[in-house]
Design a protein around this ligand. Structure first.
Ligand SMILES: NC(=O)c1ccc[n+]([C@@H]2O[C@H](COP(=O)([O-])OP(=O)(O)OC[C@H]3O[C@@H](n4cnc5c(N)ncnc54)[C@H](OP(=O)(O)O)[C@@H]3O)[C@@H](O)[C@H]2O)c1
Length: 330
């Protein structure tokens, strides 16, 4: 089968197109014929080596890239009784979706309802599950809660804005360009603004009568995190769920005290998808939103095995404003 793999970490030049054997599913795995893989920033981070020593997301080289996808079950391991060949499924946070076939732990796999096409399922499950746990599991958004969502035109950002509004929260949203803030506004964000080198924090204080917001969702990291502290209310919650601009390596806990006894968490999806029931429940809620029209995922572009480098470049250069998928084909 065809696969896009890496044997060492680095830039797009380390992506290799290889012919490799179809994987054999282990007892707790299913073999999936992949229709579409989702392309996301974790693929870029993986290629760069940021998970080389990760405990949450261990990577062992060589590895087939891609950790989200959708397709059809071909075979089930001996201990799997929830699925059968022919089932339409999607999954995330198991490597190997940039390939014709992937062997995936059954506990990471969710059924796709009728009416959701493979490309949309591949595009929605990973970031949808992430936005879902951030909104409901971490931020506990509800009417009366105020939140700030950075990078609100990014894949998770767009879904988080929509889920936060559905939950009844008041949403402040940032992005790097007016075109991107307009996307956040079109999805329902109440107040949109540019980062302006950290001035977003002053604007939010002004807009909240000096109080700051209850929850800040920050996936940008080094470039925004300290100003995010300034945007939060006393005893507010800072959810630093990503580090697209790099991470703060010199953070002293005293800063959280000085900023108003803040709570800081660095959550990971894997810890909020700990069993098969939770995986399917979050997936069902995402798919239901797509079907009833309360959630939208903009499918920005389809790539093939031939141009996946361009897909990674679009993410790294901040050119993408929707979701990209990799069409696997046969
Ligand atoms: N903790 C978790 O459970 C979890 C789960 C999934 C993903 N993540 C992480 O969440 C982050 C966002 O993921 P995503 O899928 O939403 O990514 P995405 O679609 O590529 O969006 C990232 C956004 O970040 C902004 N950005 C700011 N500085 C950037 C920089 N230096 N380089 C690139 N983009 C920059 C861009 O918007 P502007 O141009 O408007 O700033 C961009 O739209 C990633 O770090 C990813 O690894 C975390």
């Amino acid at each position: 089968m065809k696969a896009i793999r890496i044997e060492r970490y680095g830039g797009p030049e380390v992506l290799l197109r290889q012919d490799v054997p179809v994987p054999t599913p282990q007892a707790d795995e299913v073999l999936i014929e992949v229709a579409f893989a989702g392309i996301n920033f974790m693929d870029v981070h993986t290629r760069q080596g940021k998970y080389a020593s990760s405990r949450s997301y261990p990577v062992r080289l060589p590895v087939t890239l891609g950790m989200e996808g959708a397709g059809t079950i071909m075979e089930t391991g001996t201990r799997v009784d929830r699925f059968k060949p022919g089932d339409r499924v999607a999954w995330c946070i198991a490597w190997g979706s940039y390939a014709n076939y992937a062997a995936v732990p059954a506990s990471r796999v969710a059924r796709i309802p009728h009416g959701i096409a493979f490309d949309l399922a591949a595009a929605a499950l990973f970031q949808g599950s992430t936005a879902h746990y951030l909104c409901h599991g971490v931020g506990q958004l509800a009417p009366g809660v105020t939140c700030l969502i950075h990078a609100a035109s990014g894949s998770i950002g767009q879904l988080l804005v929509q889920m936060a509004k559905r939950a009844g929260a008041t949403v402040f949203a940032t992005a790097s360009t007016h075109e991107k803030t307009a996307i956040a506004a079109s999805l329902g964000a109440d107040h949109v603004m540019l980062y302006e080198g950290g001035r977003f924090a002053d604007r939010i204080r002004e807009a909240t009568n000096g109080a700051g917001v209850d929850v800040v969702f920050d996936a940008v990291g080094r470039a925004t995190l300290r100003d995010s502290f300034r945007a939060a209310r006393t005893r507010g919650l800072i959810v630093n769920y990503g580090s697209v601009s790099g991470s703060l390596s010199n953070l002293n806990p005293i800063e959280l005290g000085e900023a108003g006894s803040l709570y800081l968490t660095r959550p990971r999806l894997t810890d909020y998808l700990q069993d098969a029931v939770t995986v399917q429940r979050r997936a069902d809620e995402v798919f239901a939103g797509l079907l009833d029209g309360t959630l939208h995922v903009k499918l920005d572009r389809r790539y093939t095995f031939d141009d996946v480098e361009e897909a990674h470049a679009a993410l790294e250069e901040r050119r993408q404003t929707g979701k990209a998928v990799l069409e696997i084909g046969r």
